[in-house]
Design a protein around this ligand. Structure first.
Ligand SMILES: CC(C)(COP(=O)(O)OP(=O)(O)OC[C@H]1O[C@@H](n2cnc3c(N)ncnc32)[C@H](O)[C@@H]1OP(=O)(O)O)[C@@H](O)C(=O)NCCC(=O)NCCS
Length: 336
């Protein structure tokens, strides 16, 4: 989406005239200013330093900056998905000294109008939040789905050793005399399309028929799978023909919390604890095989599974819990 650089100015509510906001489309040159206002964001686990370059290359995405007297004070990114029906809002942030003055609301509304003008077929705006949503938010948004967030940390080398000690069947519960379940299956791109696009067990496992990958909610459609298959993701199921658990593991990427720190995000769908644990361990094994450094691993899973998987992480894997239970909520509102 191309926008003229001379975007209109918008007056902040209840603010003097000199605090007008200007909006510009972000470019590579803005990177340092954006990082400067993003210091400490998400407790040092900001994905934007890694993703910024590729975001600017995506044809269906626009990154908008709000400026005050020329200075960058806020950012939001919008990407059009679901065959043009949905605008997905990501990356929202306001400079710390400008928070609480209505900047986020003005920027959200501005971007929504801008997308609607360019893509009249866009019907809904979706976003994913991990803060506590109250009645005010639920007047504005419909809840599409929610997942529990389990955040643990470890050194990749330590976990690799621990997993080797624990052996191949760790976390799998097997009834007396029964054979252990088969190893989970990693899907290749053609299998991903075949399984996710046909009405079948996978569609029933996905919450509200939504693939949530690393905070991004997608409907399983050919155009969305084309976007997803360009990313570095391991797609896994317990069984191709009668699927109970599906997971998407986004390859580790660096985060600015410290030197050699990586984020490993695993989106898990399904309710069977043993199969969920099995896939979780399988992703951990694969990604700790070569990684060197510290890892923040974020597992998104069905809320009732949070506690038992948390106990498994602490008591069996010996990894450290970073945060108590929080939720990832995918919400949407109509674009009018
Ligand atoms: C969350 C943040 C962007 C809010 O900015 P702000 O300018 O202080 O927000 P204001 O209180 O002035 O405006 C509130 C508006 O933003 C919305 N908002 C607040 N948090 C939001 C969020 N996480 N996602 C989307 N909208 C949000 C509110 O619903 C409200 O909308 P309204 O004007 O329609 O009522 C800001 O605190 C920030 O940058 N925090 C750190 C980064 C972060 O947590 N980003 C959220 C990513 S999910």
């Amino acid at each position: 989406m191309k926008i003229e650089n001379s975007l209109p100015c918008i007056q902040l509510p209840e603010a003097p005239p000199q605090t007008e906001l200007q909006f510009t489309v972000a470019t590579e040159d803005d990177f340092d200013d954006i990082m400067a206002m993003s210091q400490g964001i998400y407790g040092g686990l900001d994905y934007l330093p890694t993703r910024y370059g590729s975001w600017l290359q995506e044809t269906n995405r626009t990154v908008i900056l709000a400026r005050k007297q020329g200075k960058v004070i806020a950012l939001e990114s919008v990407v059009v998905i679901d065959d043009g029906e949905t605008m997905l809002v990501e990356g929202l942030r306001v400079a710390p000294q400008e928070r609480g003055k209505g900047v986020a609301g003005v920027l959200l509304r501005y971007c929504s109008q801008m997308v609607k003008a360019k893509y009249p077929e866009v019907k809904v705006s979706r976003l994913t939040r991990d803060d506590q949503l109250g009645p005010k938010e639920f007047q504005k948004y419909r809840l599409i789905t929610k997942q529990g967030i389990l955040l643990v940390r470890f050194r990749a080398e330590d976990l690799k050793l621990r997993l080797a000690e624990l052996g191949p069947n760790v976390g799998i519960s097997v009834a007396d005399g029964a054979a252990p379940p088969r190893a989970p299956v990693r899907l290749d791109p053609s299998e991903v399309c075949q399984l996710f696009l046909s009405p079948g067990p996978i569609r029933d496992v996905l919450p509200n028929a939504t693939i949530v990958q690393d905070w991004q909610p997608f409907k399983p459609s050919p155009s969305n799978l084309a976007i997803l298959l360009k990313k570095d993701i391991d797609w896994m199921v317990d069984d191709r023909s009668s699927t109970s658990v599906v997971s998407l593991c986004t390859f580790p990427f660096r985060v600015p919390i410290g030197e050699d720190w990586y984020y490993l995000n695993i989106d898990m769908f399904g309710k069977d604890l043993s199969l969920v644990t099995q896939q979780f361990v399988s992703h951990l094994r694969r990604h700790t095989a070569t990684l060197k450094g510290s890892v923040m691993c974020q597992l998104f899973l069905d809320p009732p599974l949070w506690k038992p998987v948390c106990d498994f992480c602490r008591n069996t894997l010996g990894v450290e819990l970073v945060k108590e239970y929080t939720e990832q909520c995918v919400v949407e509102s109509d674009v009018v």
